[in-house]
Design a protein around this ligand. Structure first.
Ligand SMILES: C[S@@+](CC[C@H](N)C(=O)[O-])C[C@H]1O[C@@H](n2cnc3c(N)ncnc32)[C@H](O)[C@@H]1O
Length: 281
């Protein structure tokens, strides 16, 4: 492995934006409704009326769109990948013509509350574990939350097979499209075999369900899972330690597994979703 690789640079990353660009043609009212319901669940309320909203790692823009639909008064969406930025702009223009929003190519590491202000809601779903430095990324995101505001985020659960998946993702990110397709076929075959064969595994292998729940699509999600590099993962108890040390209090979480420890990771990992509130003042 090349130890000089700068994992915070977009050059070393999986082409997330190309995948989002391809997925965005599938966005329809049903997907927007699922994404909106998923946001309402994590937010713990059904309106963002009057709230400022920062979407870090906006991807396709689907969840930024949900925030606007819920009444966010100010939306800033950022992503490191220029294709994600272009896709988010196109999706918001398509479904929210005339609404005001800002979409910028910016890394979480370059976010600055002195320049952009702090936000009532900072949302970063499935992003900060792909930045090359998850702990610093989390701290930067927390720095953008206004006093009394909430931080909504999702992070991959640590699994026993994370070292294997890290190697697989690094390979996949650099592989040819033909090799990637072979990887997808192999993964889908194992996925279908294991989910059909074992009720135990079926309980954990929620990729298809959880993709649909947020308005996403299974095939694009498989590509995103196999390629999602850089890759890190974390246990809920370690999230709790970080958040409390930065002055945030746990409000809700939706865990991807019945226990709080490592999962087996045979089919990959799932995302744990969290809502933390920053102390007032
Ligand atoms: C798995 S996608 C998640 C997209 C979206 N949040 C969602 O839930 O569908 C991860 C996104 O994070 C972006 N990303 C990776 N590193 C980043 C960074 N340092 N700053 C901002 N975005 C980043 C990627 O370009 C990609 O669009």
């Amino acid at each position: 492995m090349n130890m000089t690789e700068d994992l915070t640079s977009v050059d070393t990353h999986f082409a997330f934006g190309k995948n989002w660009e391809s997925y965005s043609s599938l966005i329809d009212e049903a997907a927007i409704e699922s994404s909106t319901q998923a946001l309402v669940r994590l937010l713990g309320r059904s309106s963002l009326e009057g709230a400022t909203f920062l979407d870090i790692g906006c991807g396709s823009g689907l969840h930024s769109l949900a925030a606007l639909r819920l009444g966010a008064a100010r939306l800033l969406s950022v992503d490191l990948d220029p294709d994600s930025v272009a896709t988010t702009r196109a999706v918001l223009d398509r479904f929210m013509p005339g609404r005001s929003f800002v979409v910028e190519q910016r890394s979480v590491f370059d976010l600055d509350p002195a320049a952009s202000g702090r936000f009532d809601v900072v949302y970063s779903w499935g992003v900060l574990h792909h930045t090359g430095d998850m702990t610093t990324a989390l701290r930067r995101a927390v720095g953008m939350v206004a006093p009394g505001g909430v931080f909504l985020f999702a992070l991959y659960r640590k699994t026993w097979l994370c070292p294997f998946w890290t190697i697989e993702k690094r390979w996949y990110t650099k592989a040819s499209p033909a090799a990637q397709r072979r990887g997808q076929v192999a993964y889908r075959t194992v996925y279908r075999g294991l989910t059909a064969a074992s009720a135990l595994v079926r309980g954990r292998a929620r990729r298809a369900d959880s993709a649909r729940e947020r308005g996403m699509d299974f095939d694009h999600d498989v590509h995103d899972w196999l390629g999602g590099y850089p890759y890190e993962s974390i246990l809920p108890d370690d999230v709790e330690k970080l958040m409390t040390s930065w002055g945030l209090r746990h409000e809700a979480s939706f865990l991807c597994a019945p226990t709080r420890g490592r999962t087996h990771g045979l089919l990959g990992s799932g995302c744990d979703e969290y809502r933390y509130r920053k102390e007032d003042g």
